[in-house]
Ligand binder design. Structure first.
Ligand SMILES: C[S@@+](CC[C@H](N)C(=O)[O-])C[C@H]1O[C@@H](n2cnc3c(N)ncnc32)[C@H](O)[C@@H]1O
Length: 241
């Protein structure tokens, strides 16, 4: 494998707490994901990536923002054999765990330790961008979304997967699953209690679907469409162009 690991100069200014949390859980992150979602997170990524690649041609340049352990980037590379990928994340340990999963012959994925608020790419560098469960963690969401908009060419497509704040409390998902079960399972699998208490809190403080769609329009996306995903809209796929 000949992927590269470059560092953005702005990294030191990035949100150190969130970064150190992801660095800590990196070695057990995939295991926690699979147990907590019963594998549904891989189905969500597949669906979102199929939508991302529609009409982008045979050799698209694609950014995976907040790429973590590279599950999204790997799926894009599998689905689009001609795609050239940049996987950006400010938690080096997440990228390191992901690089261990890249097949040796796959040299189309470059990993960059970079902060979403200051991406080291030129305007319009990508035909499309994918971002799964990252933007909820941004210190300055409008700035991060503007930056995402900047690096995707006009007419390109952005697909975001995220846990948006529900409009109404869902008894099972919010009161039981997110509030109690997830933090316990996350703690049991990773040994990190704080990280998995942060997860439901970050969802509760994030934007609702309507707020998030409005913000995407504000930062310059003309077309925005949000699609709740099974089960019960626990995750949402947002397509913007
Ligand atoms: C919940 S993980 C998701 C990882 C991966 N996309 C997935 O689907 O499994 C969120 C990722 O976003 C990254 N992240 C959060 N804030 C970031 C920022 N400001 N800049 C770059 N990456 C960030 C974290 O380091 C973490 O790897």
């Amino acid at each position: 494998m000949s992927a590269t690991l470059a560092e953005s100069p702005s990294l030191a200014e990035a949100g150190a707490d969130v970064r150190s949390m992801f660095n800590r859980v990196a070695p057990r992150y995939d295991a926690a994901n699979r147990v907590m979602s019963a594998g549904i997170d891989t189905v969500w990524r597949r669906k979102a990536i199929a939508r991302l690649l529609e009409g982008l041609g045979d050799a698209p340049r694609i950014l995976d923002l907040g790429a973590g352990t590279l599950d999204g980037a790997l799926e894009i590379a599998r689905r689009s054999p001609g795609a050239r990928l940049a996987a950006a994340d400010f938690a080096r340990e997440m990228l390191r765990a992901g690089r261990g999963k890249l097949p040796r012959r796959l040299d189309r994925v470059d990993t960059h330790a970079a902060d979403a608020h200051h991406l080291p790419y030129r305007d319009g560098a990508f035909d499309g961008a994918f971002s799964a469960f990252c933007v909820r963690n941004l210190r300055d969401l409008p700035a991060g979304l503007r930056e995402l908009r900047r690096v995707v060419r006009p007419g390109g497509r952005v697909v975001i997967l995220e846990f948006l704040r529900p409009e109404h409390t869902r008894f099972f998902f919010d009161r039981i699953w997110n509030a109690h079960v997830l933090p316990l399972v996350g703690w049991a699998v990773t040994g990190d209690r704080a990280a998995y208490r942060y997860l439901p809190q970050s969802i509760a403080h994030f934007r609702s679907s309507a707020e998030f769609e409005a913000l995407l329009r504000e930062v310059g996306f003309a077309e925005v469409e949000a699609k709740p995903l099974f089960p019960s809209g626990v995750a949402t796929m947002v397509v913007a162009s």
